[in-house]
Design a protein around this ligand. Structure first.
Ligand code: SIN
Length: 187
């Protein structure tokens, strides 16, 4: 059920001698910043799109009724905007637990708003992880999100927080905004 990636991520990079590293966030990492950081800058990565294609069994849903959260899917020519944080490597002890349901850390180049670039890390849940759900019509995704709740709160809160923080960032994400528009609202 749970594609626990904690051990896998711990062995993925040797942070020996590294004092700080950039982390690119494109989902809840934009608006739920429960970790210390040294610097924070809007940034973008190339060749990826944000998609609500990953199940959440541990935060915004349960094993019996999973929610849907975002991952990145390759799309040549696409740009994904998000928020980058310069963090101390020990922050990953916490983040690997938070992102344990299928996400692995990958190296990525990122571009800041002043066109300068840096290399850093990004959590991606690839399609071979057990919690990967894949595509579905926006109305179906919205319905699943509307009914799912988990230890971190309602899945709808994840979607609405993400949509409003993307607007604040000036990030166009048709996929997220289409699902938001389909979300059944409480009367
Ligand atoms: C991220 O925000 O960068 C990863 C996905 C998530 O935690 O929502």
């Amino acid at each position: 059920m749970s594609a626990n990636t904690i051990e896998h991520n711990r062995q993925r990079f040797d942070f020996e001698g590294v004092e700080a590293i950039w982390l690119f966030g494109y989902g809840s990492l934009i608006y739920k910043v429960d970790f210390p950081y040294l610097e924070k800058r809007p940034a973008a990565i190339q060749g990826w799109v944000r998609r609500f294609w990953q199940a959440s069994h541990d935060h915004r849903g349960t094993p019996e009724a999973p929610g849907r959260v975002v991952t990145l899917v390759k799309q040549p020519g696409a740009t994904c905007r998000g928020m980058a944080y310069r963090v101390s490597p020990d922050v990953f002890e916490h983040l690997d637990v938070r992102e344990k349901n299928g996400y692995l850390r990958f190296k990525t180049p990122m571009t800041f708003d002043d066109s300068s670039q840096a290399e850093g890390l990004v959590y991606i849940a690839t399609e071979d992880n057990e919690a990967f759900l894949g595509d579905a019509p926006a109305t179906d995704i919205a319905r699943q999100i509307a009914s799912a709740h988990g230890p971190s709160g309602p899945n709808s809160e994840y979607l609405l927080n993400l949509a409003s923080s993307l607007r604040e960032l000036g990030a166009e994400c048709e996929h997220t905004f289409a699902i938001e528009a389909c979300l059944p609202r409480e009367a």
